[in-house]
Design a protein around this ligand. Structure first.
Ligand code: MN
Length: 443
């Protein structure tokens, strides 16, 4: 019997906000001491009242719209009750039957082939704290308690662990691109639960699935799914296909899964509407505005850079990794830079500096420098040097060129630089003094 694999993902991404989902304590706890980013709301003290963080809602719907989801005019929060030491409130505030968005789709490239994967929903909720198990007991750090999350649930459209990994990477790229989440795996800002089952090819119905909880890297996502796929294939071959849903955890160092619970003991969360929070509502005009704000997505840019500009696949991938970078290139092109030459300069000079995000170089610098190189006024080596300097100084190519061109026999460049000084000093500098200072600096 030939079997096919059915996989669906639940992806939690941490929303990139200043404060938590329902309280004003700092959402950035990276490197902070345990339990220093908490307040009575995130600690669930009696009498506390949560307040919805508008920034979290904005970032959530921006992500939802980028995943092609329909933004709901009316949604609400619900209490999801369970008791565990990482959850000080005794319940999570999530969205149950009326999520903020649903019915989306994501395009992704998988092994060179374009695929479309359905998105069931994206909803908002808060995170739990973090437990560290030691030989002397369990330590609770509630810095993460209350952190805003978007939970993205995919349709069971994936047919292999590799496809699941490709989708996870594409969703990370999109979330970063629209600023919904930094989605930094090392900081736990993106985590996966993966459900997998098998079925005989040609059948429509879904068989009982295994859910693998809390995978926190692309590698463990792939390895855990491959492990469960192999295990289930064996069970099917033995005529022993799983008859119940089950939940397992992935043991990273042993590379095996461990059963957490069978269906018989499945959690009953006793969901009910959160009485302390109003519903979230959007007018049709607001929804249209959110949808109109979705930028061109990285995959579309990746294809366009290749088709329209002849940029190589590798380079197009690097340039669409971050919106800031893609915007930088596109603005330079708008200002008249040749796309291929501009992307080469970006990749060879700007990205070579790991601190490029803080550099002062602008798209205007890049376009201006490339124009001078095109006209043959500067060499390509000089162009690289100018951009390198501009990254630190923020100075334009014209200034750098004037400095480069300076010689006592070239009064034009001296005049130009002097003009710059006079402009900067708002006409207050003493001209003869400026000339002598420039001459001594440049000479
Ligand atoms: Mn969740």
């Amino acid at each position: 019997m030939e079997l096919e694999t059915i996989i669906g993902l639940e992806i939690h991404v941490q929303l990139d906000t200043k404060t938590k989902m329902f309280s004003r304590d700092d959402n950035d706890a990276w490197g902070a001491g345990p339990n220093t980013r908490v307040n009575p709301i995130s600690m669930g003290f009696p009498g506390m009242l949560p307040v919805i963080n508008q920034e979290a809602v904005n970032k959530g719907v921006a992500g939802a719209a980028a995943l092609g989801c329909k933004i709901e005019p009316f949604s609400k929060f619900d209490r999801k009750n369970y008791f565990y030491p990482d959850l000080p409130m005794g319940y999570q505030i999530s969205q149950f039957d009326q999520p903020i968005s649903s019915n989306g789709k994501v395009e992704m490239l998988h092994q060179g082939k374009k695929m479309t994967i359905g998105i069931t929903r994206l909803h908002l909720e808060n995170d739990a704290g973090k437990l560290t198990h030691t030989n002397n007991g369990t330590l609770c750090d509630y810095n993460r308690a209350g952190t805003p999350l978007a939970e993205i649930v995919t349709d069971p459209d994936l047919r292999s662990p590799e496809e699941a990994q490709s989708l996870a990477k594409e969703i990370q790229r999109i979330m970063r691109f629209v600023g919904t989440s930094k989605a930094d795996m090392e900081k736990g800002m993106m985590r996966f639960d993966a459900s997998i089952s098998l079925r005989p090819i040609g059948e429509e119905k879904l068989y009982p699935r295994t859910e693998i909880k809390n995978l926190n890297s692309f590698v463990s996502l792939l390895k855990a799914l491959k492990y469960e796929q192999k295990k289930q294939k064996k069970l099917w071959a033995e005529g022993n296909a799983p008859s119940n849903d089950s939940t397992v955890g992935w043991i990273d160092d042993k590379e095996v899964t461990k059963t957490l619970r069978e269906k018989e003991s499945a959690m009953d969360y006793r969901y009910f509407p959160e009485p302390d929070l109003p519903p979230i509502t959007f007018t049709e005009a607001e929804i249209e505005e959110i949808e109109a704000a979705v930028p061109e997505l990285p995959l579309t840019k990746f294809e366009r850079y290749q088709d329209q500009w002849g940029i190589s696949e590798d380079n197009a991938l690097k340039l669409t990794e971050e919106k800031k970078l893609a915007d930088f290139l596109e603005t330079a092109v708008e200002k008249g830079a040749d796309p291929k030459k501009a992307s080469n300069l970006i990749l060879s000079v700007i990205l070579a500096d790991t601190d490029w995000r803080h550099s002062k170089v602008t798209s205007e610098h890049l376009a201006e420098t490339l124009k001078l190189a095109d006209k043959g006024e500067i060499s390509s080596t000089a162009a690289k040097e100018i951009i390198k300097k501009a990254m630190e100084s923020g100075e334009s190519a014209k200034n750098s060129k004037a400095v480069e061109d300076y010689s006592p026999e070239n009064p034009k460049s001296l005049q130009f630089l002097m003009g710059m000084v006079m402009k900067k000093s708002q006409g207050k500098a003493n001209p003869p003094m400026v000339v002598s200072m420039l001459k001594s600096k440049l000479g």
